[in-house]
Design a protein around this ligand. Structure first.
Ligand SMILES: [Ca+2]
Length: 360
């Protein structure tokens, strides 16, 4: 989440105080598609041929091919045996840069049949050897028209087998010219197995990582920070990159507008949070805006009015803050209700109630 205007005005060194009975950034509507699972998924239609790589033709996986520019890429696809279980092994020994970034690609062409707007899950297992970037680009698209199906993601891989599960809504229909591909951009070895692409029924989706409803009217737990930082984060979900993977600032024990405690986020100059990041180039950057977001999705009724409100004040009058919610829809990104809703406010040095009414 990238809230706009959440930071300082001018060159002063303000401190933003945030006292939320609601929040600064709430995550709304039931679901993160990557966190959902369909009970009947296993019974759904399969679209990938020889996804378990049990069919072998002349030492190579049947139904699978390699794609790449031979001027820049040298690669070979074979069937490997991992403890009695056959899998695909893509060995890339040369991957040189041309005008464009070059890839060694393991692909299945012409088997897929996707309907526009329908929900699918692509699942597979992967591991890699001698890979520096530890990244595999997985995508489904129309190769002839060079258009994505809506699935195009860089997945982290390691030397050990990992399972992957990628729910997505098809952005367009995919027919005979469709291509499912796993691409690497360096000399390395990729192992792939148990590739499955199934259609899922939105009505069968069970959502997880949901905030359970409380006894009161407020849908946000610990909105007053009386329990400290419990239930809060910097980006609204658990992440494993950068040094700002948790809620910045501290919970003060007295002086709150509701109860005793409140969240204080220092921003600006030396007091501000610093992002350290090393992918690809080393970055040390003082941040001038910072987010406090609740953990977990909150179930809401689409189209109904909801109000996000909180008490805020700043050490310097005129500081801009933003109240916001992120809405998600079971059908995934790109649907009308999957959106970020923002409301910008100006703070004074006194506690003041700010509210934002919206219809998700
Ligand atoms: Ca297998």
């Amino acid at each position: 989440m990238k809230p706009k205007g959440w930071g300082q005005q001018g060159g002063a060194r303000p401190t933003v105080f945030l006292r939320a009975v609601a929040v600064l950034a709430a995550m709304l509507l039931v679901t993160a598609p990557s966190e959902c699972r369909s009970a009947q998924e296993a019974e759904m239609e399969e679209f990938v041929k020889n996804g378990d790589f049990s069919q072998v033709e002349e030492g190579k996986p049947a139904g699978w091919v390699t794609i790449g520019d031979p001027e820049y890429v040298t690669q070979e696809l074979v069937t490997a045996d991992e403890g009695g279980d056959p899998c695909a092994k893509l060995v890339c020994t040369r991957c040189e840069g041309g005008q464009r970034r070059q890839y060694a690609v393991l692909a299945q062409v012409g088997q897929l049949r996707l309907e526009e707007g329908r929900l699918y899950v692509l699942a597979c297992r992967m591991r890699a050897e001698a890979m520096d970037e530890l990244t595999v680009r997985v995508s489904i698209g129309d190769a002839e028209r060079r258009r994505s199906s809506g699935l195009r993601v860089d997945l982290p891989v390691t030397g050990s087998w990992s399972e992957y599960r990628l729910p997505f809504a098809a952005a367009r229909a995919i027919r005979e010219t469709g291509r499912l591909q796993f691409a690497i951009a360096e000399p390395a070895t990729l192992y792939l197995d148990d590739v499955r692409l199934v259609a899922i029924d939105p009505d069968q989706i069970v959502f997880t990582h949901v905030v359970p409803p409380g006894s009161g009217k407020n849908l946000l737990p610990n909105g007053s920070f009386e329990l400290g930082k419990i239930g809060w984060s910097a980006v609204g979900r658990d992440i494993a990159w950068g040094n700002l993977d948790r809620l910045h600032g501290r919970v003060e024990r007295s002086g709150g507008a509701d109860g005793r405690r409140f969240l204080r986020i220092p921003l600006g100059a030396r007091e501000g949070p610093t992002l350290y990041w090393d992918y690809y180039d080393p970055v040390v950057r003082t941040l001038r805006r910072m987010l406090a977001a609740n953990l977990g999705w909150i179930r809401v009724d689409p189209g109904q009015p909801y109000t996000l409100s909180c008490d805020m004040r700043a050490s310097v009058p005129g500081v801009t803050a933003v109240l916001g919610v992120r809405a998600q829809d079971p059908r995934g990104a790109g649907t009308p209700r999957a959106q970020d809703l923002r409301h910008e406010v100006r703070l004074t040095s006194e506690w003041q109630r700010h509210s934002f009414t919206f219809r998700p």
